[in-house]
Write a protein that binds this ligand. Structure first.
Ligand code: NI
Length: 255
Protein backbone atom coordinates (compact mmCIF):
# COMPACT_ATOMS: atom_id res chain seq x y z
CA UNK A 1 0.00 0.00 0.00
CA UNK A 2 2.75 2.43 1.01
CA UNK A 3 4.60 1.48 -2.13
CA UNK A 4 1.57 2.32 -4.36
CA UNK A 5 0.98 5.68 -2.65
CA UNK A 6 4.56 6.74 -3.02
CA UNK A 7 4.46 5.82 -6.72
CA UNK A 8 1.32 7.92 -7.17
CA UNK A 9 2.96 10.81 -5.33
CA UNK A 10 5.94 10.69 -7.65
CA UNK A 11 3.62 10.86 -10.68
CA UNK A 12 1.76 13.75 -9.08
CA UNK A 13 5.00 15.65 -8.44
CA UNK A 14 6.21 15.06 -12.00
CA UNK A 15 2.91 16.31 -13.44
CA UNK A 16 2.99 19.33 -11.12
CA UNK A 17 6.54 20.23 -12.16
CA UNK A 18 5.69 19.87 -15.85
CA UNK A 19 2.58 22.00 -15.48
CA UNK A 20 4.39 24.72 -13.50
CA UNK A 21 7.26 24.86 -16.00
CA UNK A 22 4.82 25.20 -18.91
CA UNK A 23 2.96 28.03 -17.16
CA UNK A 24 6.22 29.85 -16.35
CA UNK A 25 7.46 29.38 -19.93
CA UNK A 26 4.23 30.66 -21.50
CA UNK A 27 4.08 33.57 -19.09
CA UNK A 28 7.61 34.67 -19.98
CA UNK A 29 7.29 34.17 -23.74
CA UNK A 30 6.62 37.35 -25.70
CA UNK A 31 3.32 37.36 -27.59
CA UNK A 32 5.06 37.88 -30.92
CA UNK A 33 8.62 36.74 -31.23
CA UNK A 34 10.75 39.61 -32.54
CA UNK A 35 13.55 38.12 -34.57
CA UNK A 36 16.17 40.68 -33.67
CA UNK A 37 15.40 42.34 -30.38
CA UNK A 38 18.44 43.99 -28.79
CA UNK A 39 20.50 41.17 -27.43
CA UNK A 40 22.62 41.81 -24.37
CA UNK A 41 26.23 42.34 -25.34
CA UNK A 42 28.91 41.63 -22.79
CA UNK A 43 31.60 43.67 -24.41
CA UNK A 44 30.84 46.12 -27.19
CA UNK A 45 33.12 45.69 -30.21
CA UNK A 46 32.83 48.47 -32.76
CA UNK A 47 33.63 48.47 -36.44
CA UNK A 48 36.13 48.36 -38.00
CA UNK A 49 37.61 45.10 -36.79
CA UNK A 50 41.08 46.52 -37.34
CA UNK A 51 42.72 49.70 -38.58
CA UNK A 52 44.93 50.00 -41.61
CA UNK A 53 48.43 51.14 -40.74
CA UNK A 54 48.62 54.77 -41.84
CA UNK A 55 51.73 56.91 -41.44
CA UNK A 56 52.01 60.65 -41.38
CA UNK A 57 51.84 61.98 -44.91
CA UNK A 58 50.04 58.95 -46.36
CA UNK A 59 47.23 59.73 -48.77
CA UNK A 60 44.03 57.92 -47.77
CA UNK A 61 40.70 57.23 -49.44
CA UNK A 62 37.55 55.40 -48.35
CA UNK A 63 35.60 53.22 -50.77
CA UNK A 64 31.96 52.83 -49.78
CA UNK A 65 29.38 50.47 -51.26
CA UNK A 66 25.67 51.04 -50.72
CA UNK A 67 22.43 49.07 -51.06
CA UNK A 68 23.87 45.54 -50.79
CA UNK A 69 24.87 43.00 -49.87
CA UNK A 70 24.21 41.07 -53.06
CA UNK A 71 25.19 37.46 -53.62
CA UNK A 72 26.36 38.23 -57.16
CA UNK A 73 28.52 41.33 -56.75
CA UNK A 74 29.41 41.85 -53.09
CA UNK A 75 31.15 38.49 -53.04
CA UNK A 76 33.15 39.41 -56.16
CA UNK A 77 34.11 42.78 -54.69
CA UNK A 78 35.14 41.17 -51.39
CA UNK A 79 37.29 38.60 -53.17
CA UNK A 80 38.98 41.37 -55.12
CA UNK A 81 39.58 43.51 -52.00
CA UNK A 82 41.00 40.44 -50.28
CA UNK A 83 43.37 39.81 -53.19
CA UNK A 84 44.58 43.42 -53.05
CA UNK A 85 44.68 43.38 -49.22
CA UNK A 86 42.57 46.51 -48.95
CA UNK A 87 39.42 47.41 -47.01
CA UNK A 88 36.15 49.22 -47.76
CA UNK A 89 32.88 50.10 -46.03
CA UNK A 90 29.56 48.50 -46.89
CA UNK A 91 26.35 50.38 -46.04
CA UNK A 92 23.93 47.49 -46.02
CA UNK A 93 20.14 47.35 -46.37
CA UNK A 94 18.11 45.27 -43.91
CA UNK A 95 16.10 43.65 -46.71
CA UNK A 96 19.28 42.14 -48.15
CA UNK A 97 20.65 40.63 -44.95
CA UNK A 98 18.68 37.41 -44.77
CA UNK A 99 20.59 34.46 -46.32
CA UNK A 100 23.72 36.61 -46.58
CA UNK A 101 25.17 36.07 -43.11
CA UNK A 102 28.30 34.51 -44.62
CA UNK A 103 28.93 37.68 -46.63
CA UNK A 104 28.69 39.83 -43.49
CA UNK A 105 31.14 37.54 -41.70
CA UNK A 106 33.48 37.67 -44.69
CA UNK A 107 33.42 41.50 -44.54
CA UNK A 108 34.51 41.43 -40.89
CA UNK A 109 37.19 38.80 -41.47
CA UNK A 110 38.71 41.05 -44.12
CA UNK A 111 38.75 44.15 -41.95
CA UNK A 112 35.93 45.87 -43.80
CA UNK A 113 33.43 48.04 -41.99
CA UNK A 114 29.68 47.57 -42.08
CA UNK A 115 27.47 50.65 -41.94
CA UNK A 116 23.72 51.05 -41.56
CA UNK A 117 21.68 52.10 -44.62
CA UNK A 118 18.20 51.35 -43.11
CA UNK A 119 15.91 48.40 -43.76
CA UNK A 120 14.39 49.29 -47.12
CA UNK A 121 15.71 52.65 -48.33
CA UNK A 122 12.66 54.76 -47.51
CA UNK A 123 13.10 58.53 -47.29
CA UNK A 124 13.52 59.24 -43.58
CA UNK A 125 11.97 62.70 -43.81
CA UNK A 126 8.58 61.08 -44.46
CA UNK A 127 8.89 58.57 -41.60
CA UNK A 128 7.86 59.02 -37.98
CA UNK A 129 10.54 58.90 -35.29
CA UNK A 130 9.57 55.42 -34.15
CA UNK A 131 9.78 54.05 -37.66
CA UNK A 132 13.22 55.62 -38.23
CA UNK A 133 14.41 54.01 -35.00
CA UNK A 134 13.00 50.65 -36.08
CA UNK A 135 14.76 50.96 -39.44
CA UNK A 136 18.10 51.62 -37.74
CA UNK A 137 17.70 49.13 -34.87
CA UNK A 138 16.85 46.23 -37.14
CA UNK A 139 20.07 46.53 -39.15
CA UNK A 140 22.14 47.28 -36.02
CA UNK A 141 20.84 44.20 -34.22
CA UNK A 142 21.03 41.86 -37.20
CA UNK A 143 24.65 42.74 -37.94
CA UNK A 144 25.65 42.53 -34.26
CA UNK A 145 23.96 39.15 -33.84
CA UNK A 146 25.72 37.73 -36.90
CA UNK A 147 29.16 39.34 -36.65
CA UNK A 148 29.56 40.28 -32.97
CA UNK A 149 30.50 43.82 -34.04
CA UNK A 150 28.50 46.98 -33.42
CA UNK A 151 27.78 49.43 -36.24
CA UNK A 152 28.74 53.05 -35.71
CA UNK A 153 28.27 54.74 -39.07
CA UNK A 154 24.86 55.49 -40.55
CA UNK A 155 24.23 56.56 -44.11
CA UNK A 156 20.65 57.70 -44.44
CA UNK A 157 18.88 56.66 -47.68
CA UNK A 158 19.69 59.15 -50.48
CA UNK A 159 21.99 60.89 -47.99
CA UNK A 160 18.96 62.88 -46.82
CA UNK A 161 18.75 64.28 -43.32
CA UNK A 162 17.32 67.23 -41.41
CA UNK A 163 17.49 68.55 -37.85
CA UNK A 164 14.88 66.07 -36.59
CA UNK A 165 16.78 63.10 -38.06
CA UNK A 166 20.11 64.37 -36.71
CA UNK A 167 18.69 64.71 -33.22
CA UNK A 168 17.15 61.26 -33.43
CA UNK A 169 20.45 59.68 -34.47
CA UNK A 170 22.46 61.56 -31.88
CA UNK A 171 25.75 59.91 -30.87
CA UNK A 172 25.95 58.29 -34.29
CA UNK A 173 27.90 59.76 -37.20
CA UNK A 174 25.90 60.23 -40.40
CA UNK A 175 28.51 59.44 -43.02
CA UNK A 176 27.85 60.76 -46.50
CA UNK A 177 30.29 61.02 -49.42
CA UNK A 178 32.03 63.63 -51.47
CA UNK A 179 32.61 61.67 -54.66
CA UNK A 180 29.44 60.30 -56.17
CA UNK A 181 30.42 57.80 -58.87
CA UNK A 182 26.86 57.96 -60.25
CA UNK A 183 27.45 54.34 -61.23
CA UNK A 184 23.70 53.60 -61.45
CA UNK A 185 23.33 56.41 -64.02
CA UNK A 186 26.54 55.94 -66.03
CA UNK A 187 26.27 52.13 -66.28
CA UNK A 188 29.77 52.02 -67.79
CA UNK A 189 32.80 50.87 -65.80
CA UNK A 190 35.32 53.06 -67.63
CA UNK A 191 33.21 56.23 -67.37
CA UNK A 192 32.53 55.56 -63.68
CA UNK A 193 36.20 54.98 -62.91
CA UNK A 194 37.34 58.04 -64.87
CA UNK A 195 34.97 60.42 -63.12
CA UNK A 196 36.01 59.07 -59.70
CA UNK A 197 39.75 59.17 -60.41
CA UNK A 198 39.54 62.68 -61.91
CA UNK A 199 38.05 64.03 -58.68
CA UNK A 200 39.69 61.98 -55.95
CA UNK A 201 41.94 63.62 -53.36
CA UNK A 202 43.39 62.81 -49.97
CA UNK A 203 40.51 61.99 -47.59
CA UNK A 204 37.85 61.36 -50.25
CA UNK A 205 34.83 59.18 -49.56
CA UNK A 206 33.74 57.45 -52.78
CA UNK A 207 30.17 56.27 -53.27
CA UNK A 208 29.57 53.09 -55.29
CA UNK A 209 26.90 50.35 -55.22
CA UNK A 210 27.70 46.66 -54.77
CA UNK A 211 24.64 45.60 -56.75
CA UNK A 212 25.70 46.17 -60.37
CA UNK A 213 28.24 44.41 -62.61
CA UNK A 214 29.60 47.72 -63.96
CA UNK A 215 30.22 48.94 -60.40
CA UNK A 216 32.28 45.85 -59.67
CA UNK A 217 34.29 46.36 -62.87
CA UNK A 218 34.72 50.06 -62.07
CA UNK A 219 35.95 49.16 -58.57
CA UNK A 220 38.84 47.21 -60.10
CA UNK A 221 39.81 50.13 -62.35
CA UNK A 222 39.56 52.64 -59.49
CA UNK A 223 41.59 50.53 -57.06
CA UNK A 224 44.33 49.83 -59.62
CA UNK A 225 44.65 53.52 -60.43
CA UNK A 226 44.59 54.74 -56.82
CA UNK A 227 47.11 52.12 -55.68
CA UNK A 228 49.33 53.30 -58.52
CA UNK A 229 48.96 56.87 -57.24
CA UNK A 230 50.01 55.71 -53.78
CA UNK A 231 46.71 55.89 -51.93
CA UNK A 232 45.93 53.78 -48.88
CA UNK A 233 42.41 52.48 -48.43
CA UNK A 234 40.72 52.95 -45.06
CA UNK A 235 37.20 52.45 -43.73
CA UNK A 236 35.00 55.44 -42.95
CA UNK A 237 35.42 55.10 -39.17
CA UNK A 238 39.17 55.12 -39.53
CA UNK A 239 38.92 58.15 -41.80
CA UNK A 240 36.83 59.92 -39.16
CA UNK A 241 39.49 59.16 -36.57
CA UNK A 242 42.30 60.28 -38.83
CA UNK A 243 40.54 63.54 -39.56
CA UNK A 244 39.93 64.01 -35.86
CA UNK A 245 36.22 64.56 -36.33
CA UNK A 246 33.85 64.63 -33.43
CA UNK A 247 31.52 61.79 -34.38
CA UNK A 248 28.54 62.58 -32.21
CA UNK A 249 25.59 63.18 -34.49
CA UNK A 250 27.79 64.94 -36.99
CA UNK A 251 27.20 64.76 -40.68
CA UNK A 252 30.46 63.69 -42.17
CA UNK A 253 31.42 64.29 -45.79
CA UNK A 254 35.19 64.45 -45.47
CA UNK A 255 37.06 66.52 -48.07
NI1 NI B 1 21.29 53.85 -51.13
Amino acid sequence: MIHIISKKSIYAIIILIAFTSTVIYLYNSPKTLPVFESSPVEEELYFPAFNVNVKNGDKVVALTFDDGPSREYTTLILDYLKEKKIVATFFVLGVNLKYNDDILIDMVKNGCEIGNHSINHKQFKYLKNNEIKRQINYVDNYVRDVTGFTIRAIRTPYGEYNERIRKLLVNRPIVLWNIDSEDWKKKDALKIAESVCDNVENGSIILLHDIFDYSYEATILIVEELLFRGYKFVTVSQLLELEDECTNGLVFRSK
